[in-house]
Ligand binder design. Structure first.
Ligand code: 13P
Length: 261
C-alpha cells in the first residue's frame, strides 16, 4: 500500500473567517495522524491566512488552480511562485469544473503541470469521464487520452511527485459514487498506462486518488481497492466532522495494513 493522501477541495466555498474556523477544527482533530498525507485546498484569497496556520503542522496547503507563466501582465491570474510564497505545496490542475466552465484543455493542463513541477510543487492532475462518455463506453479511452496528453513531453524524472486524481464527472457533487469496482478498474488502467509510458517503478509508486461523492461511509471500501491511494474530497471536506472522519478511517486502515509514518 502506498502512503495515502486525503485532500479536501473547498472549491468556491468559505470566506476567510470560515476558512480559519474550519482549519482550526481540522488541525485540532488530526494533529496525531502521521500515516496519511493530509491536504486542504481553500480558495486563493484564503491561502495566505490558512498557510500561516498550517506552519509546523501535519496538514499541507494546496491551491485549486494556477497560471503557467512565472509573472507578467495576465490580469486575474495567479502564478506558481506566488502560491509557493504563501506556503502551498500542492496545486490541483485540470479539475473537471475548470475544464467545463473555464475552457481548460489537456494542453493547458500540460502547461500548468509543467509550471507546478518546475517550481517544485506537487501537481494533483485531475482526469475523468462525463456521464455521456461512460454510457458510450468511452471511459477508458477518454481517461487514457487525458493522462497521455496531460503528461505529454515530460520524462520520468520530472514526474516523481505527480499525483493523479480520477474523478468521474457524473459522480461529482451528485451523491452518486462510483462503486469501488468501477473506480478500481479505471485506476488500474491509469497505473498500467503509466507503466507503458514510463516504467514499472513510476507506475508502482505514483499515487492515484479517487474523487466523486467520497464520504465517511464509503471511504473504507474505496481505500480497500489495490490501486486507490486516497481521496479528493469536495462536499464532505467543507464540514470538519466529515473530513476528520474520512482522515481517521483512512489512518486506521493504514495502521491495520502496517503503514506507520
Ligand atoms: P464531491 O466530493 O462534492 O463530489 O466533489 C468531488 C470533487 O470534485 C473534488 O475535487
Amino acid at each position: 500500500m502506498r502512503r495515502p493522501i486525503i485532500a479536501g477541495n473547498w472549491k468556491m466555498y468559505k470566506n476567510v473567517n470560515e476558512a480559519v474556523e474550519l482549519t482550526n477544527e481540522i488541525k485540532r482533530a488530526v494533529f496525531n495522524v502521521n500515516n496519511v498525507d493530509i491536504v486542504i485546498a481553500p480558495p486563493f484569497v484564503n491561502l495566505s491566512e490558512v498557510g500561516d496556520m498550517l506552519l509546523e503542522t501535519n496538514i499541507r496547503l494546496s491551491a485549486q488552480n494556477c497560471y503557467w507563466e512565472q509573472e507578467g501582465a495576465f490580469t486575474g491570474e495567479i502564478s506558481v511562485p506566488m502560491l509557493k510564497s504563501v506556503g502551498c505545496q500542492y496545486v490541483i490542475i485540470g479539475h473537471s469544473e475548470r475544464r467545463k466552465y473555464f475552457g481548460e484543455t489537456d494542453c493547458t493542463v500540460n502547461k500548468k503541470v509543467a509550471a507546478v513541477i518546475e517550481n517544485e510543487l506537487i501537481p494533483i492532475m485531475c482526469v475523468g469521464e462525463t456521464l455521456e462518455e461512460r454510457e458510450a463506453e468511452k471511459t477508458l479511452e477518454v481517461v487514457k487520452t487525458q493522462v497521455t496528453e496531460g503528461l505529454a513531453g515530460f520524462d520520468e524524472a520530472y514526474l516523481k511527485t505527480l499525483v493523479i486524481a480520477y474523478e468521474p464527472v457524473w459522480a461529482i457533487g451528485t451523491g452518486k459514487t462510483a462503486t469501488p469496482g468501477q473506480a478500481q478498474e479505471v485506476h488500474a488502467v491509469i497505473r498500467n498506462l503509466i507503466k507503458d509510458l514510463y516504467s514499472e517503478n513510476l507506475s508502482s509508486e505514483i499515487r492515484i486518488l479517487y474523487g466523486g461523492s467520497v464520504n465517511p461511509g464509503n471511504i473504507e471500501n474505496l481505500m480497500n481497492e489495490t490501486d486507490i491511494d486516497g481521496g479528493l474530497i469536495g462536499g464532505a471536506s467543507l464540514k470538519s466532522e466529515g473530513f476528520i472522519d474520512i482522515i481517521k478511517k483512512t489512518s486506521n486502515l493504514c495502521t491495520k495494513k502496517g503503514i506507520e509514518e
